[in-house]
Design a protein around this ligand. Structure first.
Ligand code: DGL
Length: 264
């Protein structure tokens, strides 16, 4: 990886997650800003984050961001709901002049999708436990019936490249067993891995259930922040994507490319 100046408009935007999940956000970023260069980093060696302690996830996240900035990334997208709730405030205090964009469960569009809808928020145990999520949920109480659903064990399927199998369908079936599916209006995919299992989720929940993901909103916010900072690329050519992983292998690289090319 080349070293860049912070002021270099063609320096990459670092996008990171605990593994391959953030590729659902990268996909939205590329759609919004195709000419930017991206440095995607998956910390697969330390995945999952969602069942770790807050301190551990914060420590890992800060270490990654220190490295991205040392190497000259012009902006950081924390494409992980768990790492965002653990560390984004801390990161913004540490690097006030760098655009640092986090992700949160797309609860707002789900709540506004219908009058008083029944909404389930799927996320990691840490995302659901943290103050950031409680504040978010607090904003919409009274406007919807919201049920948080921690999903330990789900990201591992995607991390292993399983986005379509009987075993996965059965796992999802067990997860939603306690709920009356006919009464469910919307499901928020509050972990960046989950959009990759949308198809299986629809099989379990029915085609009518609306699914909401945070990637597109995060991509729009990233563009807005880069514009504001005068950091949008001046290139007119399609940008590059560099896949980096703490557990690199040809298989991981192939999985990243495969997930990026899936049309949601
Ligand atoms: N993709 C991450 C998120 O958005 C979490 C997966 C994990 O547990 O590491 O929360």
């Amino acid at each position: 990886m080349k070293f860049f100046q912070l002021s270099d408009l063609r320096a990459p935007i670092a996008v990171f997650d605990s593994g391959v999940g953030g590729i659902s956000v990268l996909r939205a970023l590329i759609e919004e800003m195709p000419n930017e260069n991206y440095w995607y980093y998956g910390d697969s060696a330390n995945a999952p984050y969602g069942t770790k302690s807050l301190e551990k996830v914060r420590e890992l996240t800060v270490a990654h961001v220190d490295r991205f900035l040392m190497k000259g990334a012009k902006a950081i997208v924390v494409a992980c709901n768990t790492a965002t709730s653990a560390a984004v405030r801390h990161l913004r205090q540490k690097y006030p002049s760098v655009p640092i964009i986090g992700i949160e469960p797309a609860l707002k569009p789900a709540v506004l999708s219908k009058n008083n809808p029944n909404v389930i928020v799927m996320a990691t145990p840490m995302t659901i436990r943290e103050e950031k999520f409680h504040n978010l949920m607090g904003r919409y109480l009274g406007m919807a019936h919201i049920i948080p659903l921690p999903c330990p064990g789900l990201m591992e399927y995607i991390e292993h490249g399983d986005i379509h199998s009987l075993e996965l369908e059965q796992f999802l079936g067990r997860l939603f067993e306690p709920f009356e599916k006919k009464k469910l209006d919307a499901v928020v995919l509050g972990c960046t891995h989950y959009p990759f299992v949308s198809r299986e989720l629809k099989k379990v929940l029915g085609e009518e259930v609306m699914l909401f993901e945070g990637g597109p909103g995060t991509a729009r916010e990233t563009k807005r922040r880069l514009l504001e900072a005068g950091l949008l690329t001046d290139s007119r050519k399609k940008g590059s994507i560099y896949f980096d992983n703490s557990q690199p292998s040809a298989e991981k690289q192939r999985l990243c490319e495969r997930l990026l090319n899936i049309i949601p």
